[in-house]
Design a protein around this ligand. Structure first.
Ligand SMILES: [Zn+2]
Length: 226
C-alpha cells in the first residue's frame, strides 16, 4: 500500500506539472492587437507618403511657372515696360511662394519618414515577439510531451502495483484516497511519519495485527507498522 501511495503521489505531481504546461500552450495573445496597430500605421504612412507626393508636385509646378516667367522677363520678346514691371513683381511673389512650398515639402518629407519608420518598427516588433513566443511554445510542447510520457509511465507502475494488493486493501485505499492525497503513514519508533505524533501503544498493537485499517488519531492516515 505504501509503495502504491508513493507512485500515486508521484503521478499526482506529474499530472499537476502536465496540466500547468498545457495551460501555457496557447495562441499568441498579442498578435491581434499588434496586427491592428500595424494596419493603422500602414494607413498613416501611406497617407503621409501621398501628402509628400502632393507637396513635391506643388514645388515642381511652381518651379516650372517661375522658369516660364523668367523666360518672358529676360527673353527679350517682351518690351513693354509696364508689362515687364508686372512680370517682375509677379516673379518675386512666386519665388516667395516657392520658398513656402519647399518648406512644406520638407515638413511633409519628415512626417512621411517618421511614419514609415514607425511602421517598420511595429512590423519588426511583431516579428520579434512572434518569434520569441513561438520559440517558447515549441519548448512548452516538448515539455508537455515529456510530462505526458512520465504520467503514462507512472500509470503503468500504478497498475502493476495495484495488481499486487488484495481487493480489500485496494478498496480501503481507494476510499481513503478519494478524500485525501496521503492515505498511509509508516510508523517508526512509535511515531506517525506523516504528522510526527507518538502513537498510543494500543494503536500500534492493533495496527500490527492489521486485520482492519487503523487510523492515526491525529492526521487520520492509515498507520502501517513495519
Ligand atoms: Zn499521523
Amino acid at each position: 500500500m505504501q509503495e502504491l501511495q508513493k507512485i500515486d503521489l508521484q503521478r499526482d505531481d506529474a499530472k499537476r506539472k502536465l496540466e500547468a504546461i498545457v495551460e501555457q500552450i496557447a495562441d499568441p495573445p498579442f498578435v491581434e492587437g499588434l496586427d491592428a496597430e500595424c494596419e493603422a500605421q500602414t494607413l498613416l504612412a501611406a497617407q503621409a507618403a501621398g501628402a509628400l507626393r502632393e507637396a513635391a508636385a506643388a514645388v515642381e509646378t511652381a518651379q516650372r511657372r517661375i522658369d516660364a516667367a523668367d523666360k518672358r522677363l529676360y527673353g527679350g520678346a517682351e518690351t513693354n515696360p509696364r508689362v515687364l514691371e508686372d512680370l517682375q513683381r509677379d516673379l518675386y511673389a512666386q519665388r516667395q511662394r516657392l520658398t513656402e512650398l519647399r518648406d512644406a515639402e520638407l515638413a511633409a518629407r519628415n512626417h512621411s519618414d517618421e511614419n514609415a519608420a514607425a511602421e517598420r518598427w511595429l512590423r519588426e516588433l511583431r516579428e520579434t515577439s512572434l518569434h520569441i513566443w513561438n520559440t517558447g511554445q515549441a519548448e512548452l510542447r516538448e515539455q508537455r510531451d515529456n510530462a505526458q510520457s512520465q504520467v503514462t509511465a507512472l500509470d503503468q507502475l500504478v497498475d502493476e502495483q495495484r495488481k499486487r494488493l488484495s481487493q480489500s486493501d485496494l478498496s480501503v485505499y481507494d476510499a481513503y484516497r478519494l478524500r485525501r492525497p496521503r492515505v498511509v503513514a509508516a510508523v517508526a519508533g512509535g511515531v506517525c511519519e506523516e504528522c510526527r505524533l507518538t502513537l498510543p501503544t494500543m494503536i500500534i498493537t492493533r495496527a500490527r495485527r492489521a486485520n482492519d485499517p487503523i487510523e492515526c488519531p491525529s492526521c487520520g492516515c492509515l498507520v502501517k507498522v513495519a
